[in-house]
Structure formats: structure tokens, C-alpha cells
Design a protein around this ligand. Structure first.
Ligand code: MIC
Ligand code: SF4
Length: 645
């Protein structure tokens, strides 16, 4: 039987299990990437595993998130990361090189290879036909130590593209359409594989926008074929020798198919506070806009900056709009400077921000109170971009640029017609500026490297093995689609604490309930109860490590998002799902729950007694037998160390 693109790549990397949907598969990871906000934890764990040199073909450590450096903490982290990279055989990409996913796409991603990254948008490299998966730091540390990555085999959905995009409609609208159709839960347990005759009309940066934001559907990853378009991108990056053709066989079988006619798409917008609250821009046209942000790993390529410049050329921003851009990489800045796009943006009044995650993750450039902020980023979760009252709308670069000029949300097709602006078309330069001089190679004398740790880098808190029973109060009950930005917020005040679990734990659930931290400690820990898709969003394992530090023992919900579920297991927190979702209604914050260790099984029903109401709640744990052992051992680090003895 023929194979899909995903199956071809996975089959070549399968080291354990069978590729039957839902059953655990072990995948050999060729490449790893980390970024600084998750990287310090990942490398502390890597050090604790005790391997002398990374085992992956290529490991890259990027600095792109914590760039404000308002005191010693972020620079200390960066220095720690650089020392670790030098010592253990990792390429270091320092602050200023750009956003990890954009830079990886330009310089390191290779068709047919596998990549695991401690960032949920690692699937960006799927635009270059990689199986690229986001994971918690510990899973990346284990991959660096040569362990396979184990995950349930996903179902494979074909997103069949026909036609081609109309003027002023772009790749962001494709992924917003996918989100509109399948929602922020629709990709869980799936790979979204793009195919069909429309694929060839999309450039590599277009494809990367789509695979990047596939993360918002909850998908394990997204992938495009490797074709002549891929080859052209690699040629421009002086890496054509790394091209291999990877296309699905004619008789490949998919678990299901989504059909999208690119020609029929129109500019779309995702409203606060979820990326799937998608409507056509024209339905909200006229909404006054306070702020516009161009950039993020979703839309910061040369193509995107050029599209913005095309609309802005010879015009100035509306006086009511504050606009900024974070270009994706040094290469993008150099190209945009050379080609004139950068000057156009400056002339129109756009603020040139650093090449970093920046405003996407609330590191500056927050919206005003109740302000409307149009952003080309991928997430608009409550509080993510600086504070709770900011209303972030997710749009394409074209919608953002036209609206920045108009002062209100506008369909760029209407704007262009009125202003007499011709359609934008982008052709990738034959040869891009290649300058790898700021990638810092690992030391060839690792024994001479001493790792410097600033005072904010706290040792990993130990986690105890599970006792005979779990009991405690429900510390908090939350609803559906709770994100890791709710559980463990980021932003300029909290991100600098990423290397210090006791310090960052003070902010757990802060946007939902300011008393959570004190209550959890006062009660000696307990349970969390939630709805569907609990833990969607980022890969930050701090959303599991910090609650664990506060004594959270189990999380009982209707369903989990993939990466957070794995992070809970890795931190020794028991994930439970209701067998009957209506039981959710009968539990309240403050109820006392209890369950026995001896009742835990990866397949059977687990009885949780609500000691306050007397009810027995039937649950199961959505993890494998191995994962259950990990939880009983008090997390994966304990488990790995015990196996090594
Ligand atoms: C995000 O977009 O939420 C982040 C910040 O990049 C996270 C990683 C982190 O929390 O450090 C992600 O997507 O995994
Ligand atoms: Fe950075 Fe935003 Fe991309 Fe996360 S989503 S990697 S914060 S740019």
C-alpha cells in the first residue's frame, strides 16, 4: 500500500512500536532545537541525565524569547546556555540571530529529517518536509541524550489544496480557515499533511506559516511534501545538496480529508481569545484599531515584510495606530534592508523592534487598556500579550498593513482598490544573503569549558515518588480550552523567572485566580479540575513543573492537549479524564478527593472518591503503561536515573 509523506518520514525513523493510530511509537530524532525560555530547564535536565555529548545529528540552542534583559537574570541565562552549548556539542544561536523557527527554516531544516524542539511551534519546519514536533524540555533533553521520542502514533489527515490564492489573501488565511473548520481541538492526535494541486502555488515561507500555526489546532505536527518549490528555497539558501523529493504515493491512504479551494478563500481574522474564533474580515470591518504588530514565528519572513511594505509604500500610518515589526531573522533584516522594504516601513512610521519573539509573548509592546491590537502572531489567549484587557485579533500581514493605514480593521482587497494599489506578488531572490558567522560552533576542547550559572538559575526541585494514595482538595476548577498561558503566564515580568521554579511558581494561574499560589501551599497541594482540551498552547513544562512544586498531585479533566499531557507525566502529576463528562458538573472547588495507588491502571477504570459528596467518580488515565510507571516514580528524570542504575 502506498504511503503518505508523514508515513514515509516516520517509517525511516521508527525505532519502537507500530504505526497504528493511538499506539505508542518511538521516533529517532535527527535534530533538536531549544529556545532560551524553555532551554535553561531543558539543559539543567540534560545535565542531570549525565551524558557527555549530544547524540543528535544536529542540536541548536537559540536565544530569542527573553531579550529584554532588564537585569542580570536573562543575560545570565544566555551565558549559561552558551556555556552548555560549547561544552556538550550544540550550535549556539545568540540573541540577534532571530526567531528560532524562522532561523531553523533558513539554515538547518532538511526535508525527510526529524526534529524535536522545546517550543510548540517547532512544526514550522514541516514547511520544509520535516517531521518536526514540539515537546517539553525534558523530552528534548532525552532526545539530545540519544533516546527516541515516544508519542501516540497520530492519525493522518490530508488537507487537500486546490486552486490558488487570490490577491491580498495569503497563507495566514489558509491556516485560519483550517482553524475555523476544525477548531483548537480538532488536530489533537493528528498530523495535518498538505497535498493536492494547490500545494505548488505556495512558497516555503507560506507553507511554514501554515505548519507553524497548525500547532493551534492541537495537531502533533503538520507537513508539506518536498518538491521543486522546496528545492528552490534550498538553492537560494545555498543548500540545494540537501534536497530530496518526498511526495505521497498515488495510492496513499489517509484517515480523513479536508478539502480547501485556495481560490475561494478571503481575508480572515481570529477574534479574542482563541485562534479558532475566525470570521471574515469584512464582518468586522470598521472596528477601530489601536495597535498593529507585524512579526512572530508565523509571519516574519522576507515575503511577509515585503507584503507589508508593498501596502505601506509612500503612505503613513493612521495617527491613531501604533505599529511595530519584529523581523524573523538577521537574514530577513539584511534582505529587507537591501531590497528597500525596511526603509519603506520606517518611512511609514512603523517601529522597528528586535528580531525576537517580543510582543508575541508580552515582552513589551502591550496593547492599551481595552485596546484592539491586530497581530500577525498565532495566539490571542487571555493576558498573553501583556494584560487581560488587551484584545488581540490574529490576521495576515496584508490585513494588518491595510488596517494600520486605515486606522480600523479593513479587508485589504477593498483598501487596495480604493487606494489604487496593485496586487502583491513575491518572488524569492535566486540567492539570499548567507551569513552564518553568528552561529557559534561548540568547543573542540569541551573539558576546558566551565559552565557559569547566575544566581537566578535554581537547581531542579526534587519530585517524590507517588505514595499509597493521593488525597487533597480541589484547588481550582476551570472550564474548557484552558491554555498554558492561563496556567503559567509569560510576559515581561514572569519570563525572566523561567530558570527558577520556586520563584515562577508564585504566578501559577495568576490570570485566573490571584490567590491560587497561596491557597495551594496552605492546603498542602491537591487536585485541579478542568474541561476539554486542558493545557492547549505552548510546550512550557513550567506549566507542569510549577504546579507540581505547589503540590498539585493530579489533574482531572474532560480531555488534554498533547504536549501538556506529556509534561504532566514527565513531572509526576497524574492526568485523569472523566469517563462520564457530566461528572465534571458535580465537583466544586474545595471538595476533597481521594484515590488509591493500587487502583491505577493504564487500561481500566480508576475510582476517585469525592469525600465531600460521597460520590465515586469513574476516571481513566490517558497514558501508556510506561508513562504510568514514570508517574509512580515521581517523573521521568527519576525514572531515567533509576533505569541507568
Ligand atoms: C509560546 O509561543 O507560547 C512560546 C513562548 O513560544 C512557548 C514556549 C515557552 O513558553 O517558552 C511555546 O510555544 O511552546
Ligand atoms: Fe516566539 Fe511567539 Fe513564536 Fe512562541 S509563538 S516561538 S513566543 S514568536
Amino acid at each position: 500500500m502506498g504511503k503518505t509523506v508523514a508515513e514515509k518520514i516516520l517509517a525511516g525513523h521508527l525505532v519502537a512500536g507500530e504505526m497504528t493510530p493511538g499506539s505508542p511509537v518511538g521516533i529517532r530524532m535527527d535534530q533538536t532545537l531549544t529556545q532560551d525560555a524553555t532551554g535553561t530547564m531543558a539543559y539543567l535536565q540534560f545535565e542531570a541525565i549525565g551524558v557527555e555529548r549530544v547524540q543528535a545529528e544536529l542540536s541548536v540552542s537559540y536565544v530569542d524569547h527573553n531579550m529584554i534583559q532588564d537585569d542580570y537574570r536573562n543575560p545570565d541565562d544566555h551565558r549559561y546556555l552558551q556555556d552548555v552549548a560549547a561544552k556538550y556539542g550544540i550550535v549556539f544561536s545568540p540573541a540577534g540571530n532571530g526567531i528560532c523557527h524562522q532561523v531553523h527554516l533558513e539554515r538547518f531544516a532538511r526535508p525527510g529529517k526529524t526534529l524535536i524542539g522545546s517550543d510548540s511551534h517547532t512544526p514550522t519546519a514541516g514547511g520544509l518536509a520535516m517531521i518536526a514536533i514540539g515537546a517539553g524540555g525534558l523530552d528534548v533533553a532525552l532526545a539530545m541524550a540519544g533516546e527516541p521520542f515516544v508519542t501516540p502514533m497520530p492519525r493522518i489527515t490530508l488537507v487537500r489544496l486546490t486552486g490558488s490564492l487570490q490577491p491580498f489573501v495569503s497563507a495566514k488565511d489558509v491556516i485560519l480557515e483550517v482553524l475555523r473548520r476544525i477548531t483548537v481541538k480538532g488536530g489533537v492526535g493528528r498530523i495535518l499533511e498538505y497535498g493536492g494541486p494547490g500545494v505548488k502555488s505556495l512558497s516555503v515561507p507560506d507553507r511554514a506559516t501554515i505548519t507553524n500555526m497548525g500547532a493551534e489546532t492541537g495537531a502533533t505536527t503538520s507537513v508539506f511534501p518536498s518538491d521543486e518549490v522546496t528545492r528552490r528555497w534550498l538553492r537560494a539558501q545555498e543548500r540545494e545538496d540537501q534536497w530530496v523529493e518526498i511526495v505521497a504515493d498515488d495510492d496513499a491512504r489517509y484517515d480523513d480529508v479536508i478539502e480547501i479551494d485556495l481560490s475561494s478563500l478571503e481575508p480572515l481574522v481570529a477574534q479574542p481569545f482563541q485562534p479558532d474564533r475566525v470570521v471574515p474580515v469584512r464582518e468586522l470591518a470598521g472596528l477601530p484599531v489601536d495597535q498593529v504588530m507585524f512579526g512572530s514565528c508565523t509571519n516574519s519572513s522576507l515575503r511577509d515584510i515585503s507584503a507589508v511594505a508593498h501596502l505601506l509604500k509612500g503612505r503613513v500610518l493612521s495617527p491613531t495606530v501604533d505599529a511595530g515589526i519584529s523581523p524573523g531573522s538577521r537574514q530577513v533584516i539584511l534582505e529587507a534592508a537591501e531590497g528597500g522594504a525596511l526603509a519603506t516601513l520606517v518611512a511609514s512610521g512603523v517601529r522597528i523592534l528586535e528580531s525576537s519573539c517580543g510582543a508575541c509573548i508580552g515582552m513589551g509592546f502591550a496593547p492599551p487598556t481595552e485596546g484592539v491590537s491586530l497581530r500577525t502572531i498565532n495566539r490571542n489567549f487571555l493576558g498573553r500579550c501583556g494584560h487581560k484587557t488587551g484584545k488581540v485579533y490574529l490576521v495576515s500581514p496584508e490585513v494588518a498593513a491595510a488596517s494600520a493605514l486605515a486606522g480600523h480593521l479593513v479587508d485589504p482587497r477593498d483598501f487596495a482598490k480604493e487606494a489604487g494599489i496593485a496586487p502583491f506578488s513575491f518572488s524569492l531572490p535566486e540567492k539570499l544573503t548567507i551569513d552564518d558567522s553568528r552561529f557559534i560552533a561548540p568547543s573542540d576542547r569541551p573539558e576546558t569549558i566551565t559552565i557559569r550559572r547566575g544566581p537566578n538559575i535554581a537547581p531542579l526541585p526534587p519530585i517524590e515518588a507517588m505514595g499509597e494514595s493521593l488525597d487533597g482538595e480541589v484547588l481550582l476548577k476551570v472550564g474548557d480550552d484552558i491554555t498554558t498561558d492561563h496556567i503559567m503566564p509569560a510576559g515581561a515580568k514572569i519570563l525572566p523567572l523561567r530558570s527558577n521554579i520556586p520563584a515562577i511558581a508564585r504566578h501559577v494561574f495568576e490570570v485566573v485566580d490571584a490567590d491560587f499560589h497561596d491557597r495551594a501551599l496552605a492546603k498542602g497541594g491537591g487536585f485541579l479540575v478542568g474541561g476539554a482540551n486542558y493545557g492547549q498552547g505552548s510546550s512550557r513544562e513550567h506549566a507542569a513543573l510549577a504546579p507540581r512544586y505547589l503540590g498539585v498531585k493530579a489533574v482531572l479533566v474532560k480531555s488534554f492537549a498533547r504536549i501538556h499531557l506529556a509534561n504532566l507525566v514527565n513531572c509526576g502529576i497524574l492526568p485523569l479524564v472523566f469517563e462520564d463528562g457530566t461528572d465534571y458538573e458535580a465537583i466544586e472547588q474545595g471538595h476533597r478527593l481521594k484515590l488509591k495507588r493500587q487502583d491505577l491502571s493504564p487500561t481500566g477504570t480508576i475510582a476517585v472518591v469525592n469525600e465531600t459528596t460521597g460520590q465515586t467518580i469513574r476516571c481513566r488515565t490517558p497514558v501508556s503503561a510506561d508513562d504510568l510507571e514514570v508517574i509512580l516514580a515521581g517523573g521521568k528524570l527519576n525514572w531515567v536515573r533509576a533505569r541507568k542504575k
